[in-house]
Design a protein around this ligand. Structure first.
Ligand SMILES: [Zn+2]
Length: 350
């Protein structure tokens, strides 16, 4: 394993960040290669735990001559976000200077030529230069896995429709319970920027690729058990795709969960601000009209309670982690079988 430290100068003198890049040189330069990163949103750590346990597995494979394709790992993809705290709270999701989500506004390229992207010392903001640098690292690989998490959540994936059903193998390897499929590039998340040039390829070449945002459950699901299990899931997938060789691994592609277009996701929103009391946990199958959540607007007065019900039957995929909401904020994601009447174009809040 080679460790490269890429230093990006800050926007004012005396500041800089370091990107730690771990590289495994594959034995076969024609083999499928893989890029994995975590914590593009600085406070999202389940993926970082998975990579923490995956890296020793990759080192062992390298020692035993079983790394076939090139692998690049960036366990901490956003040192800006990792350092972004306010009043003792870790934020890490939006650039302080511009207010832009760290997982939005990536450049969309039509080819894999990254020469037009801003250099690490270009006259651009640090966040823009970091995004360009992450794309430069990721785009030379056929497999790109961007590891995120939701608030309180099942383990699920965002996948462009063009990579389905081939990528059911990833869902099977990771034990994901659902896939959210998308086909628009309105907000240019990292995944979209990595998928964009791949989508211009002929179908045969495109289908050999795998680009995704992995949502490894919720913000607090950071522990030894899930970290190790997720590392094993990533390892199984890399073996299955031929990046690693391991004769002891046989992946059964048995994903049977819902594949839900984004427009079928019911985003349950708070009509007013107040305390949140959930009626159902994540993973619950509900019927249309079932109670989902009550917003308490006037504590002590049941007359102020607003109870939201399921607009259609479906599965509760996520809940917010906090218990006090502002008017209009998202409270839950419900996976429906038909288009949501309140569907918005573009991505959700990955
Ligand atoms: Zn995220």
């Amino acid at each position: 394993m080679e460790i490269e430290t890429i230093e990006l100068p800050g926007d004012v003198p005396g500041n800089s960040i370091e990107l730690r890049v771990l590289r495994f040189e594959g034995a076969d330069s024609d083999a499928v290669s893989a890029y994995l990163q975590s914590s593009l949103h600085g406070s999202e750590l389940p993926g970082q735990a998975a990579l923490h346990f995956l890296i020793p597995m990759l080192e062992k494979a390298e020692t035993e001559g079983r790394v076939v394709g090139r692998i690049t790992v960036v366990p901490q993809a956003n040192p800006i976000g990792s350092a972004q705290w306010q009043a003792h709270q870790h934020l890490g999701r939006f650039d302080y200077f511009s207010g832009v989500n760290f997982n939005r506004s990536f450049p969309l390229l039509d080819t894999f030529d990254t020469s037009a992207l801003p250099d690490i010392d270009a006259p651009k903001s640090l966040a823009e230069r970091l995004k360009a640098q992450l794309l430069r690292l990721a785009l030379p690989h056929e497999i790109v896995l961007d590891l995120h998490c939701d608030d309180e959540s099942e383990n699920y994936l965002y996948i462009h429709q063009a990579f389905l059903p081939e990528m059911y193998d990833l869902a099977s390897a990771l034990g994901s319970t659902a896939i959210l499929s998308w086909d628009s590039t309105a907000d240019a998340a990292f995944e979209e920027a990595c998928a964009h040039p791949a989508l211009q390829l002929p179908e045969g070449e495109r289908k050999a690729r795998a680009v995704t945002t992995v949502e490894f459950r919720g913000l607090n699901d950071v522990n030894f058990a899930t970290g190790k299990a997720d590392a094993e899931g990533l390892y199984r997938f890399l073996v299955h795709r031929g990046v690693l060789k391991d004769d002891t691994i046989r992946l059964n592609v048995d994903f049977a969960g819902p594949v839900t277009p984004l427009e079928n996701v019911e985003m349950i929103r708070a009509p007013q601000g107040g305390m949140i009391l959930f009626h159902v946990d994540i993973g619950t199958e509900v019927r249309a009209g079932d109670r989902l959540v009550t917003v308490v607007t006037n504590p002590g007065d049941p007359g102020g309670d607003i109870t939201l019900t399921a607009p259609q039957a479906g599965r509760v995929l996520t809940r917010r982690g906090h218990r006090y909401t502002r008017r209009g904020d998202d409270l839950m994601k419900l996976l429906g079988n038909k288009r949501s009447e309140t569907a918005r174009p573009g991505s959700l809040e990955a």
